[in-house]
Design a protein around this ligand. Structure first.
Ligand code: KIV
Length: 293
């Protein structure tokens, strides 16, 4: 089965077909997300928070990303898998960016990479695209700069900030990004950007008029309670289902009610009889010590 490509994603915008993107960080999740209809799977650096338990995405390393991205690629057959460049894997210059992006393509067999920043990242995006590495941009709230922007806040609310976001989007488009994530951008501004750009916009907290949407798996399914963003819709409460299932399992183990014969394995009574001749504890002891062999 052929994988969805970045040009397929661009064509979807031309046809007015919405793009479904979701995060996944491991093999079983990638399978489920793809079977559920996601065309793009993002191995986001959010894995630092929702899977590895860090307070932010900043501690995530290239090794973490490559390890998880390989599993996602193994778990999916059709989706375009996008590897997220972690903090300091590209901010230090385009040569580092090139080396690290190449790892996503060569070691993890990604179809594209994503990095944060507009005007400030445009040169790097251009170099990567020239080298044949498809790049997804990411502007608005860029979580790797959370310490600079002062928290997880909606971006582009003032006229000056909105104009800056437009410049950022245009710079990424000109640099050759095949799509741009808009995170925490007011819906009317995201709509304007979507109309002005030839490349697809993928929104997260950016309203319904983006060309596609991305959600974080754990937010959507109730599996991460530390912080639930306003833009995340709970489509299921898998966290509660898991907790309830484990509680039932615990209770049954404690009560000696699990496993039942249904989950147990039988043994040939003749073989058992050899180990346990009726009434012969002495035989069992001698047998265990190998004295009757
Ligand atoms: O890391 C991530 O999951 C992301 C999405 C929030 C777009 O960048």
């Amino acid at each position: 089965m052929a994988r969805i490509t970045t040009s397929d994603i661009r064509d979807m915008k031309k046809r007015g077909e919405k793009i479904v993107m979701m995060t996944a960080y491991d093999y079983p999740t990638a399978r489920l997300v793809e079977e559920g209809g996601a065309e793009v799977i993002l191995v986001g650096d959010t894995l630092g928070m929702v899977v590895l338990g860090y307070d932010s995405t900043l501690p995530v390393t290239m090794e973490d990303m490559i390890h998880h991205t390989k599993a996602v690629v193994r778990g999916s057959k059709r989706a375009l898998v996008v590897g997220d460049m972690p903090f300091m894997s590209y901010q230090t210059g385009w040569t580092d960016a090139m080396r690290n992006a190449a790892r996503f393509m060569q070691e993890a067999s990604c179809g594209a990479i994503k990095l944060e920043g507009g005007v400030r990242s445009a040169e790097t995006v251009h170099k990567l695209v020239e080298a044949g590495i498809p790049v997804m941009g990411h502007i608005g709230l860029t979580p790797q700069s959370v310490n600079q922007v002062g928290g997880f806040k909606v971006q582009g609310k003032t006229p000056a900030a909105a104009v800056q976001l437009m410049h950022d989007a245009q710079a990424l488009e000109q640099a050759g990004a095949f799509a741009i994530v808009l995170e925490l951008v007011p819906a009317p501004l995201a709509e304007l950007l979507t109309q002005r750009l030839s490349v697809p916009t993928i929104g997260i907290g950016a309203g319904v008029h983006c060309d596609g949407q991305v959600q974080v798996f754990h937010d959507m399914l109730g599996m991460y309670d530390a912080f639930v963003p306003k833009h995340a819709k709970r489509y299921a409460d898998i966290g509660t289902m898991i907790r309830d299932a484990v509680a039932r399992y615990s209770a049954e183990v404690k009560a000696g009610a699990f496993p039942t014969p249904k989950e147990s394995f039988k043994m040939d009574p003749a073989a058992l009889a050899e180990l346990r001749p009726p009434g012969s504890e002495r035989f069992q002891r001698r047998h265990a010590l190998g004295l009757d062999a």
